[in-house]
Design a protein around this ligand. Structure first.
Ligand code: BGC
Length: 508
């Protein structure tokens, strides 16, 4: 796929010379396995915390309560301590993402990924071998650090090595791995829940496989040209760019990287820079995309699918099976996003998904309100309808808010605030994942079927946000966002004050 039209300052849809090389694809595939660690954890925790052997060993009181529990349909699993087990990792990841930002700038994206896999591996060993709660929790914290470092470095790495016209597709390999991780974890739990008394150890221990893949795989991948130039390894940066583009004529793209990094070097304090008015557009968008991503309600399904389906009146095996079905839908629909994101653009996918999610959530809410309430279980026909609706809902999330919540924040910051800005996206994801994980079962217990209307209302808000405030970034070179996107947007352009820019450069 050769390109070659170089530089037309009025045209935001610019192309640089180069092709999508085998090497860049291999680097992308290896780095994206960082998403497996994240996904596996999302999928494994809910199942493990429902296993009796696990509860008896670490949460005996919860275990006793669970045996005696005689609560109504919606409140069967409302337990804060258990929810804390699931969500504690996200708090650790939240804090870790800020350190990871520093590490990305100072040591590079590649080293940060290696650190992620190392933290994760040690965490896995501690958790799988845990003899007491302290060991278990320290293990969770290390896993969280692994996730924080991985989620910070991987999407940035992918966006920086990708050629402009395939940036979306390459970046979404991360999300594809997240969905595969979730799916594998659901399957693993399905089998290990019958292995007594140590099935849960196997579930937690197998998380070591994706971390090992990233650890060894990262030995053969490249560092990004931007990170090399940013750290004054200019010659290596140029050689790397030639290698990943598969052509020698990379001058125009390289000149842009060098120019962006030179401006970035004038900035001594990225976080202070991030608080300036001109950083507001990408910052607000990065945070809101992640907050909205969580308010789609996706993790209510992902963490608690088996519990949720049981609550809806399905039996044990049927509910696990339903969770596996939604997992498969999640993986395959992400492929749709990879195929479409660089053709139809980001906004189109997000908006289409809002409509699809709004309709499905509302119908699920109505069905549960009417049928579950009156006879305390679901008729077969209604139950099947609910599973189909959940699949249609997951499908739309998987080709939109799931991948784009990571893609857009990784491609819209200038180099000087890229890692710092992206750490806000990562930490917002972790914070709101934590809040939803922590609150969902209690919300389900108190709001009942209305919880689906709650999420539906948020979808209206995020649809409006997409229409009015989100610019299209398809086909725009990563180091040109300020000129080609923000300064031309009807609302955000007022934040792109030229004077402030000059003032900053003078005072640095
Ligand atoms: C989100 C996760 C979610 C997953 C589902 C990710 O993009 O950040 O919170 O569980 O998608 O596939």
């Amino acid at each position: 796929m050769a390109g070659g039209i170089i530089s037309n300052s009025d045209d935001s849809k610019k192309e640089f010379a180069g092709k999508i090389t085998f090497y860049v694809v291999i680097c992308g595939i290896i780095a994206a396995t960082g998403g497996l660690m994240f996904g596996y954890d999302i999928g494994i925790s809910g199942g493990v915390s429902a296993m009796d052997d696990f509860l008896e060993e670490f949460f005996p009181e919860v275990y006793v309560k669970k045996q005696r529990a005689k609560e109504n349909n919606y409140c069967k699993y409302d337990n804060q301590i258990l929810q804390l087990f699931t969500s504690s990792l996200y708090l650790a990841a939240l804090v870790a993402s800020f350190f990871a930002s520093y590490s990305c700038t100072r040591f590079g994206r590649k080293r940060t990924m290696q650190a992620a896999s190392a933290f994760f591996l040690v965490g896995v060993v501690l958790d799988a071998a845990a003899r007491n709660l302290v060991m278990l929790i320290i293990g969770r914290i290390l896993l969280g650090m692994g996730v924080g470092f991985g989620n910070q470095a991987v999407p940035l790495f992918l966006s920086e090595i990708a050629p402009v016209k395939a940036r979306g597709a390459l970046n979404i390999l991360f999300q594809l791995n997240v969905t595969i991780g979730i799916f594998i974890a659901n399957l693993v739990n399905y089998f290990t829940s019958d292995i007594h008394p140590w099935g849960w150890r196997l579930s937690l221990g197998l998380a070591g496989i994706p971390a090992a893949i990233l650890c060894f795989g990262s030995l053969i991948i490249t560092e990004t040209p931007t990170s090399l130039v940013e750290r004054s390894r200019t010659d290596r940066g140029l050689a790397t760019l030639k290698k990943i583009r598969g052509v020698d004529n990379v001058d125009a793209e390289f000149a842009e990287i060098v120019h962006a990094c030179e401006s970035a070097k004038l900035v001594k304090h990225p976080y202070r820079e991030l608080m300036r008015r001109s950083s507001r557009p990408p910052l607000v968008i990065a945070i809101l995309l992640q907050v909205f991503q969580q308010f789609t309600g996706i993790n209510a399904i992902m963490f608690y699918a088996p519990v949720l389906f049981q609550t809806m009146g399905f039996h044990n095996d049927a509910s696990l099976l339903s969770a596996v079905i939604t997992g498969i839908v999640n993986v395959f629909s992400t492929l749709v996003s990879i195929a479409l994101v660089d053709r139809v653009g980001r906004k189109m996918l997000l908006l289409e998904a809002c409509v699809q999610m709004l309709i499905t959530q509302t119908i699920i809410g109505i069905l549960l309100q009417v049928y579950l309430k009156s006879n305390n279980s679901l008729d077969r026909g209604i139950a099947i309808a609910v599973v189909i609706l959940v699949c249609v809902y997951v499908m739309s999330f998987a080709w939109s808010w799931g991948p784009l919540g990571w893609l857009i924040p990784s491609e819209t910051f200038p180099v000087e605030t890229r890692t710092a800005g992206f750490s806000f996206a990562v930490s917002s994801n972790m914070l709101f994942t934590f809040l939803i994980a922590q609150a969902f079962l209690s919300m389900l217990c108190h709001m009942r079927a209305a919880i689906f209307f709650f999420f539906a209302a948020w979808i209206v808000v995020m649809g409006l946000f997409t229409v009015f405030l989100l610019p299209e970034t398809k086909g725009v070179p990563i180091d040109e966002m300020a000129e080609s996107v923000w300064k031309k947007h009807w609302y955000w352009k007022r934040y792109m004050d030229q004077n402030e820019d000059l003032e900053r450069r003078a005072s640095s």
